[in-house]
Design a protein around this ligand. Structure first.
Ligand code: GTP
Ligand code: MN
Ligand code: MN
Length: 581
C-alpha cells in the first residue's frame, strides 16, 4: 500500500535539500551492514576490536551537543501554548527563516528515509514517525533506538498520521543550529547537530516534546521516566516509574542489581514512559523506545553490571576513548595500566597525565534493549505494565532526604512540580546550582508547562487505583561533601520500603514533607552506615525547606492562570506544615 502523504513529503524534501541519492531504510540486517561499511570507508565509524564484537565508535565534532536545549524552539500558532519555559517561534517565522536554510543542504550526500514505530508492535498505543536524515550515523542509531523499516511501514499503511522529522547535519556550525517542533502539524526540523537528542528525532523531539502535546489532547501521558519491575523474595511483582532529570540515575535505577538477596529487577524502559489510564483504573506504562542510549562514564561492574552485559556486543559508542587494543574505555570503567596510552574522544593521544578526561563526560552507548539481561517479556507487552509507584527525584547534595512518600495524587503532583536538581557544582564546593525541573520534563515538555501540570491532575481524577507518589534523593552529602548513601544496588532498600507502602504495609512517620521511614523500617542489613549518618541522611530542616518553598514561587507563578489552583493549595499547605514544625 502506497502512503501518498509520505511519498509527497519525501519528494518535497528531496527537491528542496537536493541529495545525491535517496535511500529508503527497510530495517534489514543487510542494510545495516551496508550502512556500516560505508561509514567505515568514510571514516565516520571506527570498528572496535573483537572483545566487543560488531561494535563501533563514532566521534562527534567537539562543540556538538552542548547547547541543544537552548536551540530548541516550539512553533505553535499562539505563544502561550508553548508557555514561558519554552522558546517560541511562530510557524510562519520558522517557514520564512529556517526552511530556506535546508535548501540544497544535502548536496553530495545521501538522504536516508527511516520509517519508525514507537511502542511495541501491535499496541493500540503506538505511534509512527518517519525521519529523513543525511547522517548515516543517525540512521544507524535510529535502527537501534526504535523499531524501524517494514514493521513500521506495514502498520502505518496509508495513514497520514505520522510525525515528519527532517534532519540535516548541515555544515555542523554551532551558529547555524536549529531544532523546531511543530506540535500542530506533527513536524520536526533539526539542523546542524549530530548529537543524539537533537538528531535522533524519535527520542526527545518526538517521544517527549511532540508526544506530550498529543498526550495532553488525547488523555494520556508522555514522561521522562524509567520503568521497571521489582520482584520480592516472596514472589510479589510490582512496577514503578521514576522521573529523574538528565544525568540523575534513570538508566542505573531501571537496571539495578539488588544488593539484598532474593530480589529481582526487570527493566521495561530507561528513559521515556508513555502512560495510559487502564480500564481497571490503574495507570499503565510502556516504553516507546527499543534501545538504550546511556551515559558511559561511571558505568562498571559495580555500578551497573546489567548494562555492561548489554554492551558486550553490537554497540554504537559515541565519544568514548579507545585503548591501544581497540577496545572502548571511559572514566570509571576499569583502572588503566601505569603509563597506558589511549586515544581520547577527540582522537588525540592521551595518558593519565593529560589532565582532561579521555572520554567525553557525556559519552554514550547505543544498544538494543533486548541485549540487556534484565529486559523481559513486559518489554513488548502491548499495554505496558501497571504502575504501583511513581518516583520523583533530583540530584540534591543538601536538604532533600533519602525518601518520602506524598499524601495523595495532588500532593504527589505538587512534589513533582517542585522538583529541583543541582546542575553544576560550584567552584568552591559549596553545593550545586539549583534548577527547577518539574517531573524532569522542563527541557522536554512540548506544551505550556502549566497546562501539562493541569493534565497530571486531570489524569489523577480518572484513576480509581492511582500509583502512590514518592520523592527520592541518592545524592545527599555530609559537611565534607561525602555521599551519605551508597546508592546504585543499595537503592533496593528504598524500593523495598516503597513496595511495602504500596501494599499498605511498611511503617512510616509523618513529617512536614510527607511520610518517611524510620531507621528500623528500612532494611539496612549488611550496610555499613553509622546511625548518626543515617539520621543526617533522613533529616528534614524545616527552615531550609521553607526557603525552598518560597524560592519556588516565582517559578510556579510565571504560569499565571495556568498554574493550577489545586497545586497552589498544596503549596500553602506545605508552608503551613513547615511553619508549624
Ligand atoms: P540521562 O540518560 O542523561 O537521562 O541520564 P540518567 O538519568 O539515565 O542517569 P544515569 O543512570 O546514566 O546516571 C547518571 C550519573 O549518575 C552517572 O554518573 C551515575 O554513575 C550516577 N548515578 C546513578 N545512580 C546513582 C546512585 O544511586 N548514586 C550515586 N551516587 N550516583 C548515581
Ligand atoms: Mn539514561
Ligand atoms: Mn533522558
Amino acid at each position: 500500500m502506497r502512503n501518498e502523504t509520505l511519498h509527497a513529503w519525501v519528494k518535497k524534501v528531496a527537491e528542496h535539500t537536493k541529495p545525491d541519492a535517496v535511500r529508503w531504510c527497510d530495517g534489514s540486517a543487510m542494510e545495516a551492514r551496508s550502512i556500516e561499511d560505508r561509514m567505515i570507508a568514510d571514516g565516520e565509524l571506527l570498528r572496535l576490536n573483537a572483545r566487543v564484537p560488531h561494535s563501533f565508535l563514532h566521534r562527534t565534532t567537539p562543540a556538538d551537543g552542548e547547547d541543544g536545549d537552548r536551540l530548541s524552539v516550539v512553533c505553535t500558532k499562539y505563544e502561550d501554548d508553548a508557555g514561558p519555559t519554552n522558546d517560541w517561534m511562530s510557524p510562519e517565522d520558522a517557514e520564512r527563516t529556517v526552511w530556506p536554510r535546508f535548501e540544497g543542504i544535502m548536496r553530495g550526500r545521501t538522504m536516508y528515509v527511516v520509517p519508525y514505530l514507537l511502542g511495541p508492535a501491535h499496541s493500540s498505543h503506538n505511534r509512527f514517525g518517519v525521519q529523513i536524515t543525511d547522517s548515516a550515523y543517525v540512521a544507524a542509531s535510529l535502527r537501534i533506538m526504535t523499531r524501524v523499516g517494514q514493521v513500521a511501514l506495514r502498520q502505518l499503511g496509508a495513514s497520514p498520521r505520522f510525525v515528519k522529522g527532517l534532519h540535516s547535519v548541515g555544515d555542523r556550525s554551532p551558529h547555524r543550529r536549529f531544532i523546531c517542533h511543530f506540535p500542530e502539524t506533527k513536524t520536526i526540523w533539526s539542523l546542524g547537530s549530530e548529537y543524539a537528542a537533537h538528531a535522533i528525532l524519535s527520542k526527545e523531539c518526538h517521544a517527549l516534546r511532540l508526544a506530550s502535546a498529543e498526550a495532553c489532547e488525547e488523555g494520556w501521558m508522555a514522561e521522562h521516566m524509567t520503568i521497571f519491575g521489582l520482584t520480592s523474595p516472596s514472589g510479589i511483582t510490582r512496577y514503578m516509574a521514576a522521573a529523574l532529570p538528565n544525568g540523575c540515575g534513570k538508566t542505573n535505577l531501571g537496571m539495578l542489581t539488588p544488593t539484598l538477596p532474593g530480589w529481582k529487577v526487570e527493566t521495561v524502559g530507561d528513559d521515556i514512559g508513555w502512560m495510559h489510564v487502564g480500564e481497571d483504573g490503574r495507570l499503565w506504562a510502556l516504553n516507546p523506545l527499543a534501545g538504550f542510549f546511556g551515559v558511559a562514564p561511571g558505568t562498571n561492574q559495580k555500578t551497573n553490571r546489567n548494562v555492561l552485559a548489554a554492551i558486550a556486543r553490537d554497540v554504537l559508542f559515541t565519544n568514548t576513548a579507545v585503548r591501544a587494543d581497540g577496545s572502548p574505555w571511559w572514566e570509571g570503567l576499569e583502572p588503566l595500566a601505569d603509563g597506558e596510552m589511549l586515544t581520547d574522544w577527540r582522537g588525540r593521544a592521551w595518558t593519565q597525565d593529560s589532565g582532561q578526561p579521555a572520554a567525553h563526560p557525556n559519552a554514550r552507548f547505543t544498544v538494543s534493549a533486548r541485549q540487556c539481561p534484565t529486559v523481559g517479556e513486559s518489554f513488548d507487552a502491548p499495554n505496558g505494565v501497571p504502575i504501583s509507584a511513581i518516583l520523583f527525584g533530583g540530584r540534591r547534595t543538601k536538604v532533600a532526604p533519602l525518601v518520602f512518600e506524598t499524601h495523595d495524587w495532588a500532593h504527589g503532583v505538587y512534589t513533582g512540580a517542585s522538583l529541583v536538581s543541582e546542575t553544576k557544582v560550584a567552584a568552591d564546593g559549596s553545593g550545586g546550582i539549583l534548577s527547577n525541573d518539574p517531573m524532569a520534563m522542563l527541557p522536554f515538555c512540548g506544551i505550556n508547562l502549566g497546562e501539562y501540570l493541569r493534565h497530571w491532575l486531570r489524569i489523577g481524577g480518572r484513576l480509581s487505583r492511582p500509583p502512590r507518589i514518592f520523592h527520592v534523593n541518592w545524592f545527599r552529602t555530609d559537611a565534607d561533601g561525602k555521599l551519605l548513601w551508597p546508592g546504585f544496588g543499595d537503592n533496593i532498600r528504598v524500593l523495598e520500603w516503597i513496595l511495602e507502602r504500596t501494599e499498605g504495609r511498611g511503617g512510616a512517620i509523618q513529617t512536614p514533607l510527607g511520610w518517611m521511614p524510620t531507621r528500623s523500617e528500612l532494611n539496612l542489613e549488611g550496610l555499613d552506615i553509622h546511625p548518626d549518618r543515617f539520621d543526617e541522611l533522613m533529616s528534614v530542616d524545616a527552615r531550609a525547606w521553607l526557603d525552598e518553598a518560597y524560592r519556588n514561587e516565582p517559578f510556579f507563578h510565571q504560569f499565571g492562570p495556568r498554574w493550577p489552583e489545586r497545586l497552589e493549595r498544596e503549596h500553602q499547605a506545605l508552608i503551613e506544615r513547615l511553619r508549624a514544625a
